[in-house]
Design a protein around this ligand. Sequence first.
Ligand code: URA
Length: 240
Amino acid sequence: MRITKFLARAGVASRRKADQLIAGNRVKINGVIVTKPFTRVNPGDKVTVDGTRVFRPEPKAYLLLDKPPGYLSTVSDPHGRKTVMHLLPDRETRLYPAGRLDADSEGLLLMTNDGELAYRLTHPRFQVPKTYRVLVEGVPTGEKLKQMRSGLELEGTLTAPAKVKLLKPGGSRRSWLEITIHEGRKRQVKKMCASIGHPVIKLRRTKFALLTARGLRVGHYRRLTVSEIKQLYRLVGLPG
Ligand code: URA
């Protein structure tokens, strides 16, 4: 098995993070620094990250969290701020978020140690839809909504086509939009809304792939069912 896959399966990091660990010379196999992400790990090899032994993969776990605003979607924070880990049972320390929500955003966040699934659910190549309910300032015109749907230039590149619905104008000052994107660049929804002149006041992720918040309360989580896990695997082209 490749070292990146080994680290992802062992719940140490997503595949993308594993690449970064390797690039930082932090990973060793049998005492030798790994320099290439496709280096193979063989049975009996001793793998370490920052000198700590990494053992073979643990059983996989999948929790769907409805994140409240005010929590960081990271595993730990050097400044001691609240993270989503504070909302999970103590024993679930090996999980990490598949993708991210800004600290002031709320909604669905999948927490898992299944690195391959997390990687595919969040990488733009796999085109997994994420839907957001967004309260914005003002009422966007039909023309502005069309621009958002067809693609906007953000930091020099065009966004991929998005689904955008005006749900209900909240008077002349604010409106609710429903936006579905497949990319997931950093703060993408906020940047898209700001770029058409309607800054985001509130943002909630209501759908992640095929998962919705039905039956979940804000700040709570539930385990995915076997059928949901199978559907997610199918969606991103993973066998089994
Ligand atoms: N887009 C954003 O701008 N923020 C989020 O938290 C998620 C998507």
